[in-house]
Design a protein around this ligand. Structure first.
Ligand SMILES: Cc1cc2nc3c(=O)[nH]c(=O)nc-3n(C[C@H](O)[C@H](O)[C@H](O)COP(=O)(O)O)c2cc1C
Length: 369
């Protein structure tokens, strides 16, 4: 019964969704070596356009923002043109698509950086997970270079330009990657931010980078086309804060005042990157915990089944649910849920990199094998 609620419409700021089954942002590393989306990427997104909303894979705002080989960017004319084919395909099928714009910060490798320089971060503290090189090799993480104060406004305006580029490419809006240990979260949490300038120290200072970006993008494209993704209590890459409850309550209340289109929270119960099937059932329920702090639509992600998704919406913990791995394996996830069809299991070995196999060759139900 509770699954029915997934098929009701929903408005996120200026964006009207025809259902509440959202495709989570999923890095698949199948753009070309110049980080330009391809025809294969367009086919993949078009296959999934019955989602109420597609959130694109994390997309780099500048050459310095990359963290993975063959992941796309949104800073060249070729990239904008490549994305335009994708947004046209999704819109032609009645879907909606928002670009997740991202800066990986320290979760990168010098082989992916212009001129092979070190990745940047708020402070020179390395992540606890290996890096991936341009040649898809796993290597120990490097110690990043701490950003100069004068470089920070440049990155903030690069986020603004990326949002404008995304609109030019035909997206319905942008989502800021403030989760999963990317640069914004590296600024937020005091385990990775030991700065002594206006962007470090107090929670207000550590959140300044995020709020400056939100304010710039709001001015450029409107708050009603901007979502923010956060992963409170997440630990990916060794990210941590001494008082996450206080930090995220403050951040979310401030975002609420800015009337963004939606807040998107990853549950600490699942794996924030979907890299294991392990569940931490005793973890706090972020959607329920932070809902009172945010006066606007809330998306929740991580380890949902269609049933638990319906329940979360019925209990008013969230307004829509983002599915990651289920959308990798089920291009027609919406139809399968509606028709009570079995779900394909995802093949982890084809998550990152490669071609059509494990990307566009998952069959819709009823298709010939
Ligand atoms: C292959 C893969 C790539 C991912 N890439 C991104 C990404 O680009 N940006 C992001 O915010 N989260 C990313 N995630 C996390 C997912 O959006 C989602 O939060 C996670 O998979 C948990 O949801 P699930 O249990 O429904 O898969 C990725 C997860 C997977 C499995």
């Amino acid at each position: 019964m509770s699954k029915e609620i997934l098929f009701s419409s929903l408005r996120l700021g200026a964006i009207q969704l025809r259902n509440r089954v959202v495709m989570a942002p999923l890095t698949r590393m199948r753009a070309n070596a110049a980080h330009v989306p391809t025809a294969l990427n367009a086919e993949y997104y078009a296959q999934r356009s019955s989602a109420g909303l597609i959130l694109s894979e994390g997309t780099a705002i500048s050459p310095q923002a990359h963290g993975y080989p063959n992941a796309p960017g949104i800073y060249t004319a070729e990239q904008i043109a490549g994305w335009r084919v994708i947004t046209d395909g999704v819109h032609a099928r009645g879907g909606r698509i928002v670009m997740q714009i991202a800066h990986n910060g320290r979760n990168s490798h010098s082989s992916l950086m212009p001129d092979g320089v070190l990745p940047v971060a708020p402070s020179a503290i390395p992540p606890t997970i290996p890096a991936l090189t341009k040649a898809f090799q796993q290597v120990p993480a490097e110690t990043p270079r701490a950003l100069e104060t004068s470089e920070i406004p440049v990155i903030i305006s690069t986020f603004r330009q990326a949002a404008l580029n995304a609109m030019e490419a035909g997206f319905d809006g942008v989502e800021l990657q403030g989760a999963n240990s990317h640069l914004i979260e590296q600024f937020l949490e005091n385990g990775t931010n030991q700065r002594t300038d206006a962007y470090g120290g107090s929670k207000e200072n550590r959140a300044r980078f995020l709020f400056d970006i939100v304010d710039e993008i709001t001015e450029a494209i409107g708050a009603d086309r901007l979502g923010v993704r956060l992963s409170p209590f997440g630990q990916y890459g060794g990210i941590h804060d001494s008082n996450p409850l206080e930090l995220f309550t403050f951040v979310i209340k401030e975002l609420s005042k800015r009337h963004i289109a939606y807040l998107h929270l990853i549950e600490a119960r699942g794996s924030e990157m979907g890299l294991t099937d392990e569940l931490h059932e005793d973890a706090l329920n972020n959607a329920a915990l932070f809902r009172p702090a945010f006066n606007g639509p809330l998306l929740s992600a991580a380890a949902y089944t269609p049933e638990s998704a319906g329940e979360a919406i019925e209990k008013k913990h969230a307004d829509a649910i983002a599915f990651g791995r289920l959308f990798i394996a089920n291009p027609d996830l919406v139809e399968r849920i509606k028709e009570n069809q079995p779900l394909n299991p995802p093949d982890r070995s084809t998550f990152y990199g490669g071609g059509a196999h494990g990307y566009t060759d998952y069959k819709p139900f009823g298709a010939a094998p």
